[in-house]
Ligand binder design. Structure first.
Ligand code: MOS
Length: 728
């Protein structure tokens, strides 16, 4: 019997703090770390099944009708087995996945770089050579590629209008009206998208690099027109996803189709330029933010209007306003989305979709308001913390922004900061500090997990992925804590659709959602143990493989000698999300140096204080925050896809030209977690931490740039040319 939990009421019991093994919430190392370090962990492109053939994807060089007139002669080239131009090849059917993936065929390219063929050969080199020989002709049409050049749509359900903004602005002591822009960005996961597909005549086994296996299995089955039961996906290790692997991509379906057609295993790996073009990018944005405030800096009107883009018929629109719905109190509010239908590569989820760019722009606007009102930026935020959700009027499940701001300011040494800009100089460098608040929506998603307990050894099983986030470590800790086992006696098996469906890795919800399912499975086992001993589960003390009751001690192995106990856990969202507003909060602080000779910005240090409920493992959580803060550096200073004005193609589609921060760009990063329990998040009382660190991080940097040198950058990233132009 599965132990079910529906989240529709707060759980104040705080059982997790009563358990005695003492491993939950500790800085345990990843059990998968060693195998990754020594190369024993196998990723999607690494298996070498007998008879393996190699596929190479071919991209469209233009937008319009596509044909490949020399496909037959390419088919005759040495080693070539197949030239596949199947319309299903890139039919990415996102069935309920968080991702909305492209739905395009192979006869028309909707964007430059769209995959339109797969060439399969005996060796990778032969496949690539033949793919380059394939002539892809495009009857180019003049599809629009510039979001500013088309009339944008206003999608339903994404607009807010409350109160009277004009009146509020008229009566305000301070008003601000600013427009900010952000560029297209990419996920740029270290592991390229890859698939190895095997077909036995009935069933497909696909080793993929994917985030959300239970959805990916349905997407793949749907694309191929076979039953989901006949699709097994394995993704035990994933080298990052950041949203680009939420849904299946062309390499999965193309590899599967070729495997079915040829009856041989097929490997397809996207090369780096393909990774840039074929997977969803983060939309560029234009954001107009209008604020009105009274003399004390309290917001009376808040208006945030965003223009984003995507291909026609794609339902995803970068949810820029997501954080603005609940970040600050203001009685008069208007939030408006506009979507331009253009033919740049498809837009989709990229780490912290929405808040990553929305909070960043908004927090720069708040800094501008702080300067205009003469109120300290930390104090300005403190004065505008809402006591309930400012739109829906429902309470917050837990809300520790105030603590994050105060504690972050203290740890960073904010009090020493001179308030006017341009106060510190070292040679050619202006030095300054800035801050921003962090906001990110939180959700607990449906998830299942199972624990098999044999004596004093446990195996946790779920199809959940670990995309570098720490799933293996965290589920091991949760199971060990509930069952009273040392960590090394708990094994975790992930990334196989034969296992109970977890939440998948997305939207920061993986650890808290699937972790709660693991908790329920562990609780199911505790109840079974208690029943066998004729006691209450609450009276059961389990530690180091021993059952402790009063003065008696008995080893788990001896008590259940030879029997395998199975615990099943299941969590569902319930209506908690309607009753309370659940989100995570934080505060970023940054110190920068700006050269007034070159316009170069150098990071000197960053601090982030974050509140995300119970921190299940500070080591993996801190790593997530470090990663998020580094994304903030990229967003503020270096990362931007440049689209060609004529056909929208990505001009800088490699790591030489798309600048991700590297170690030399990253200063010491200090992360602090605010103590918090979120009772609405189930027995773990934990919220997501994965994406919080990115939200607002870039704004702290841009605000520090202003404080350093007086230059207010409103087009991000703040590249040296822009900084030089803005230097006063
Ligand atoms: Mo995330 S952008 O939901 O992987």
């Amino acid at each position: 019997m599965t132990l079910d939990l529906k989240l529709d009421a707060p759980d104040e019991a705080n059982r997790a703090d009563d358990l005695v093994q003492g491993v939950l919430g500790h800085e345990n190392e990843r059990p998968d770390g060693l195998s990754k370090a020594i190369g024993a962990a196998t990723y999607a492109a690494e298996p070498r099944p007998d008879g393996l053939l190699h596929g190479f994807l071919v991209r469209a060089p233009g937008i319009g009708a596509v044909s490949c007139s020399n496909a037959n002669s390419v088919r005759e080239m040495e080693g070539v087995r197949l030239v596949l131009r199947d319309p299903r090849m890139i039919r990415n059917a996102a069935q309920g996945a968080a991702n909305e993936a492209p739905v395009q065929g192979v006869d028309r390219a909707e964007y430059v770089g769209q995959p339109v063929a797969l060439v399969v050969a005996d060796s990778f080199e032969q496949a690539r050579h033949a793919a380059q020989a394939l002539e892809v002709e495009v009857e180019t049409d003049d599809a629009p590629v510039d979001p500013e050049a088309v009339t944008a749509e206003k999608p339903d359900g994404r607009q807010t209008a409350q109160g009277d903004l004009d009146a509020a602005r008229r009566d305000a002591a301070h008003v601000l009206d600013r427009t900010y822009t952000t560029s297209s960005m990419v996920s740029a996961a270290m592991e390229p998208h890859a698939a190895t597909a095997e077909w036995d005549g009935t069933r497909l086994v696909l080793r993929g690099s994917l985030q959300m296996l239970k959805y990916n299995r349905n997407e793949l089955a749907d694309s191929l027109g076979i039953a989901p039961e006949n699709v097994r996906i394995l993704a035990p290790y994933v080298g990052g996803g950041f949203g680009s692997k939420l849904g299946i991509s062309a390499e999965c379906v193309a590899a599967a189709l070729a495997a079915i057609e040829l009856g041989r295993p097929i490997r397809v790996v996207q090369h780096r330029r393909q990774v840039f073009e074929m997977n969803t990018r983060r939309s560029e944005t234009r954001q107009r933010i209008r604020l009105a405030a009274d003399r004390q800096g309290r917001l009376t009107a808040l208006e945030h209007e965003a223009l984003v883009s995507n291909l026609p018929d794609e339902t995803f629109a970068e949810p820029v306003l997501q954080g603005s719905h609940f970040a600050y109190a203001a009685p008069n509010r208007a939030l408006r989305m506009h979507v331009a239908r253009i033919h740049r590569p498809a837009a989709g989820s990229v780490r912290a979709p929405g808040e990553a760019v929305g909070v960043t722009a908004f927090e720069v606007a708040m800094d501008e308001l702080a300067v205009a009102t003469g109120i300290d930026p930390v104090e300005l935020r403190l004065r505008n913390i809402p006591d309930k959700d400012p739109e829906a009027g429902i309470p917050f499940s837990s809300h520790r922004l105030k603590a994050a701001l105060s504690e972050g300011a203290r740890r960073f040494g904010w009090a020493d900061r001179p308030s006017p800009p341009r106060q510190r100089r070292e040679g050619e460098w202006w030095i300054g500090t800035g801050m921003a608040a962090a906001f990110r929506v939180n959700a607990i998603m449906e998830a299942q997990a199972r624990i098999l307990l044999t004596g004093d050894r446990a195996v946790v099983e779920t199809d959940m992925t670990d995309i570098g986030t720490g799933s293996y470590a965290i589920f091991q800790q949760i199971a060990a804590e509930l069952l009273g086992l040392p960590l090394e006696r708990v094994k975790v098996r992930l990334g196989d659709t034969e296992l109970p469906p977890g939440s998948g890795s997305g939207g920061s919800f993986g650890a808290a959602s699937t972790g709660t399912a693991v908790w329920m499975a562990g609780m199911d086992l505790r109840r079974q143990i208690a029943r066998a001993l004729a006691c209450d589960e609450a009276d059961l003390t389990l530690k180091d493989g021993t059952i402790i009751r009063g003065n008696t001690r008995r080893s788990l192995a001896e008590a259940f000698d030879g029997t395998v106990l199975t615990g099943d856990g299941h969590v569902q969202p319930g209506d908690a999300q309607q009753k309370v507003r659940q989100a995570t909060f934080g505060a970023h602080f940054a110190e920068v140096a700006v050269s007034d000779v070159t316009g170069e910005i150098r990071m000197r240090r960053m601090h982030g204080s974050f509140a995300a409920g119970r921190i299940l493992n500070p080591r993996t959580a801190r790593s997530q925050c470090h990663g998020g803060m580094i994304w903030g550096i990229g967003m503020a200073l270096t990362e931007a896809v440049t689209h060609d004005r004529r056909d929208g193609h990505m001009v800088n589609r490699d790591f030489a030209e798309y600048h991700l921060p590297v170690n030399a760009d990253v200063p010491p990063l200090d992360v602090h977690f605010i103590e918090e329990r979120d009772p609405w998040a189930g027995p773990l009382q934990a919220k997501g931490i994965g994406e919080l660190g990115i939200c607002g991080a870039g704004a702290a940097i841009l605000n520090a740039v202003h404080h350093a040198c007086g230059a207010r950058l409103r087009d991000f990233p703040a590249t040296p040319d822009r900084v030089l132009a803005a230097l006063v």
